[in-house]
Design a protein around this ligand. Structure first.
Ligand code: PMP
Length: 288
């Protein structure tokens, strides 16, 4: 495996960064998780746009143009012979002194890893997940804005640990007001009486690329999608529930907090959107 690191492709063993990198010292940096399907990178431009927005939000000046980053992502796949897989693009603040200030970091680092990923076992897609709500809250916009896809994932990691302690693979995180924000690494949707609902981004949901893809697909199929405030009550009483994410794609949820959702198996709308999503990713994208 060859990893792109600051201007060159290096072997996995040689892909190392400074212990003074503020990405390591403070989680000061940003990232994207991107998929390649059948030699086409899915919604690459949208991922790079979100990366630019994250960079702007944390006042990190990226010296690379969108075209350069786009080409490097594709080149990382080509170099590794990866036609189907997952690309992790990371921008760290770079190496500096031990103080918090990013002023000591003259040059951000760029890392691109092109690899395989399987987030959930196959049976989770056919049977659906049972998940839990965990105590750790999603950071609010007044703290670390949840729209920033930053290298600081401790909140989500705590929530993931709490999920595992409860025997679940994924967890719902609420915001400080008690509304549903999202899961630890996925966005959440429910279907109720034929209408699709998902937490509005201001509730602490990342503006997921897959989330938007599902909204676009559902809308194009004539389904109504509403971005709203949701509480756990709405999810317990939903007809269907599913999660979206670049790695997870679209995965059904059939239980939350010991309540069965709908009839306890993946619902018709979920299945229909999952099929439409598969069709979309295998026919759209930036060619390698
Ligand atoms: N929420 C969080 C916290 C995430 O880390 C991710 C990405 N893994 C998502 C939602 C899903 O976003 P996307 O569809 O862009 O992968």
């Amino acid at each position: 495996m060859k990893i792109y690191l600051d201007g060159q492709f290096v072997d996995k063993e040689d892909a190392k960064i400074s212990v003074f990198d503020h990405g390591l010292l403070y989680g000061d940096g940003i990232f994207e998780g991107i998929r390649v399907y059948k030699n086409c990178v899915y919604r690459l431009d949208e991922h790079l746009e979100r990366l630019e927005y994250s960079a702007k939000a944390i006042l990190l000046t990226m010296p690379w143009s969108r075209e350069e980053l786009s080409e490097l992502v594709c080149e990382s796949c080509r170099v590794n012979g990866l036609s189907d897989g997952y690309i992790r693009l990371i921008v760290t603040r770079g190496a500096g002194s031990l103080g918090l200030s990013p002023n000591s970091c003259p040059k951000p680092s760029l890392i691109i890893i092109a690899d395989k990923i399987a987030l959930y076992p196959p049976e989770c897609y056919t049977d659906g997940l049972s998940i839990v709500t965990v105590p750790t809250r999603r950071t609010g916009p007044a703290a670390l804005n949840p729209g920033v896809k930053s290298l600081n994932y401790l909140n989500n990691i705590m929530a993931k640990i709490e999920a595992a302690q409860a025997g679940a693979l994924e967890a719902i995180m609420l915001n400080d007001l008690g509304f549903v924000a999202e899961c630890t690494g996925d966005n959440l949707f429910i279907v109720h009486k034929g209408v699709i609902f998902t937490p509005d981004a201001s509730n602490g949901a990342l503006r997921g690329i897959t989330r938007q893809a599902v909204i676009d697909l559902a809308t194009s199929q004539g389904l109504e999608v509403r971005e709203v405030n949701l509480t756990r009550y709405e999810i317990w009483n939903a007809d269907e529930c599913f999660l979206t994410g670049t790695a997870a794609e679209l995965i059904p949820v059939v239980g939350l907090d010991s309540r069965t959702i709908g009839n306890g198996s993946p619902g018709a709308v979920t299945k229909k959107l999952h099929a439409a999503f598969h069709e979309e990713v295998s026919t759209h994208g930036t060619m390698l």
